[in-house]
Ligand binder design. Structure first.
Ligand code: NDP
Length: 240
């Protein structure tokens, strides 16, 4: 079945790999992005995947965008909440704006997008929602009280949503990636990165494709009995 999938932040990094993997598996993919028009255009030309710009932190934009996608493609079956940002600073230096922006995009963005599609999924008795958390939402990290709070919040959000969707065939799961080689890591100094890699038992960064494979599985028909779970894909960095 040609399911329709929306991937937020789906034009770069981990999101790009997710969009490509879902396309490869026959999904009809719409990749959202937030501001980098050049990257989105290049991605769309390279892959043939439709791209649409809106801010996942803006509730009305999410509702309007999903309504337009449903009008064009019929429905949205799969929602991958991948868009995320960092605004790192230690607690001593973090501003309210840095706190608020990360909570707005990384956590409220998941609510906004799930809110836009949940009713339709329930009605059709089939839906897959995957929210991208983080190892740092599980274990915390210096300089990331905002990001860790948002990502930790995703895990509670996912479990509650899973409980509400279960009897309607709508699953909600989270993936908690460890450190993955994307532009998001470009602000981390090289000496800090060396220390991070030294703490990863498999001895390397993860690849975006390794997260995409997890998303593909959790959004497939085969994963209908998996809901409310968090899949950690982190090279053994953090184990519960
Ligand atoms: P990137 O910075 O490479 O890409 C982020 C994507 O999110 C871009 O497509 C960007 O759009 C989009 N985006 C950012 N803000 C918004 C917004 N307000 N509205 C819509 N789209 C937005 O990130 P990664 O690929 O590294 O990360 C993807 C996800 O994985 C994030 O949620 C991140 O927190 C999480 N993660 C990443 C890890 C890593 O090591 N890389 C580790 C753990 C979790 P645009 O191109 O327009 O800027």
């Amino acid at each position: 079945m040609n399911r329709v999938a929306v991937v937020t932040g789906g034009t770069r990094g981990i999101g790009e790999a997710i969009s490509l993997k879902l396309q490869e598996k026959g999904r009809h993919v719409i990749a959202n992005y937030g501001g980098n028009d050049a990257a989105a255009k290049a991605f769309s030309e390279r892959t043939g995947i439709a791209v649409q710009k809106w801010d996942v932190g803006d509730h009305k934009s999410c509702i309007d965008a999903c309504a337009a996608i449903e009008a064009q493609y019929g429905q949205i079956d799969i929602m991958v909440n991948n868009a995320g940002i960092t605004r790192d600073a230690t607690m001593m230096k973090m501003t309210f704006e840095q706190w608020d922006e990360v909570i707005r995009v990384d956590l409220t963005g998941c609510f906004n997008m799930a809110k836009a599609v949940f009713a339709g999924m329930r009605e059709r008795k089939w839906g897959r929602i995957v929210n991208i958390g983080s190892v740092n939402g599980q274990g915390g990290q210096i300089g990331q009280v905002n990001y860790a709070a948002a990502k930790s919040g995703i895990h509670g959000f996912t479990k509650s949503l899973a409980a509400e969707g279960a009897r309607y065939g709508v699953t909600a799961n989270a993936i908690a990636p460890g450190y993955i080689g994307t532009e998001m890591l470009s602000t981390i100094p090289e000496n800090v990165m060396e220390k991070i890699i030294a703490q990863i038992p498999v001895g390397r960064l993860g690849q975006p494709e390794e997260i995409a494979r997890g998303v593909e599985f959790l959004t497939s028909d085969n994963a209908g009995f998996i809901t409310g779970s968090t899949l950690s894909i982190n090279g053994g960095q953090h184990m519960y």
